[in-house]
Design a protein around this ligand. Sequence first.
Ligand code: FAD
Length: 475
Amino acid sequence: MSKSFDVVVIGGGPGGYIAAIRAAQLGFNVACIDEWKNDKGGPAPGGTCTNVGCIPSKALLQSSEHFEHAGHHFAEHGIGLSDLTIDVAKMIGRKNTVVKQNNDGILYLFKKNKVSFFHGRGSFAQAVEGGYEITVAGAATESLTAKQVIVATGSTARALPGAAFDEDKVLSNDGALRIGAVPAKLGVIGSGVIGLEMGSVWRRLGAEVTILEAMPGFLGAADEGVAKEALKAFQKQGLKFEFGVKISKVDTSGAGVLVSYADAKGAEQTLAVDKLIVSIGRVANTTGLNAEAVGLQLDERGAIVVDGDCRTNLPGVWAVGDVVRGPMLAHKAEEEGVAVAERIAGQHGHVDFSIIPWVIYTSPEIAWVGRTEQQLKADGVAYKAGQFPFMANGRARALGDTTGFVKFLADAKTDEILGVHIVGPYASELISEAVVAMAFKASAEDIARICHAHPSLSEATKEAALAVDKRTLNF
Ligand SMILES: Cc1cc2nc3c(=O)[nH]c(=O)nc-3n(C[C@H](O)[C@H](O)[C@H](O)COP(=O)(O)OP(=O)(O)OC[C@H]3O[C@@H](n4cnc5c(N)ncnc54)[C@H](O)[C@@H]3O)c2cc1C
């Protein structure tokens, strides 16, 4: 006997669980199906983000940053420590606790919002009159019918051809977040967000980290000035980079991993490491969805084809998050989930893709919103730039973290903010002001005229806005 729902969401990551909650708030009878299992085989909703992504990576970044501060920066404050140790098992245990708190939090939210949760794999069985039949394969097999289906099945790590993940020596994000002991030498392939964050964690804990990148330059999506400043800081910390490499072989037959590659000049090189993290991108995950049963259209990369409003080719079937086009970011997935639930309710849900913030939680942190200076040049937009260094910010000096700057890009004629780029302390938090400003189409002058608390890092934002008109007060 099939259980019927107004809305069935397949996938309980940030795209799916948020869509389910919003749909329930709007008065629908909602089910959410998620197959993630915790180490005891129980449900672990929250998807990649909660289990092997955003949340655990930030937990380990925090722990490793404490370790680095204790080892290298406490002394500047007059705090002496002898016998500094790191208990990796405890650090990983704390990370697991943080993950579980988030899993449990989502289960609680489902209860609170009366979302029926099903633990298992959801797949399309067939189209039925007025909707779809969805099979849930879990501890038992169940059948659900749904008037509307939201697919939010996320993504998985892309493997390097010829180097399948074994999560022992060749690690995806999953294995990289549970290495049992600090490796003496760690290789990372890919200098994107995940490679930089994971590389930073293990370097802080004592690993010698080498990052191999196929692209000739660093962080192509970021503003060039920010990328240059960040690279300088990372290299100073001891992260080693090689750009423009071409990997030819990954050999795990010995004790460690041997990576053979041609360097930027074409010379053959070998990197010997104990562990290798491969972070070369992620692929949309539609495994097990049985998309063929209903004719759900996928593109050549396996992502679900959607329009700007997340509608698929099938009536009443929507898709959000990493499984569709666009940036693979948790907050983008969430916004799409909310918008789709509202569209199902006949409202005008909207996601403004031009002001989705990007954050890299390294030290210094990197965050931006809007267009970069090189994009504005390429688009032929006349702009003004203003920059303010954290070196001249009182709070940053007090924190002992003066790396980096805030940079504003504003329209040369109208002064409307076109992009804000931050490299430095708490960039992840500071960027919100810029997102709000851009959402309200603010000018640089608007920010420059607003009173910012003193002493705060946000004063660097105000000063960068003042710098657009060359009238900084503290630099
Ligand atoms: C190491 C790392 C760090 C990251 N850090 C950040 C960050 O700091 N900030 C940020 O914004 N983003 C970050 N991301 C990206 C972020 O995790 C993703 O963009 C986000 O999780 C996408 O959400 P989603 O709901 O689309 O998919 P997912 O989170 O992947 O969730 C999909 C869920 O669907 C389930 N599922 C799949 N198929 C089925 C099926 N057939 N039936 C039932 N369940 C199914 C999966 O098990 C999973 O639970 C990070 C990613 C990684 C790997």
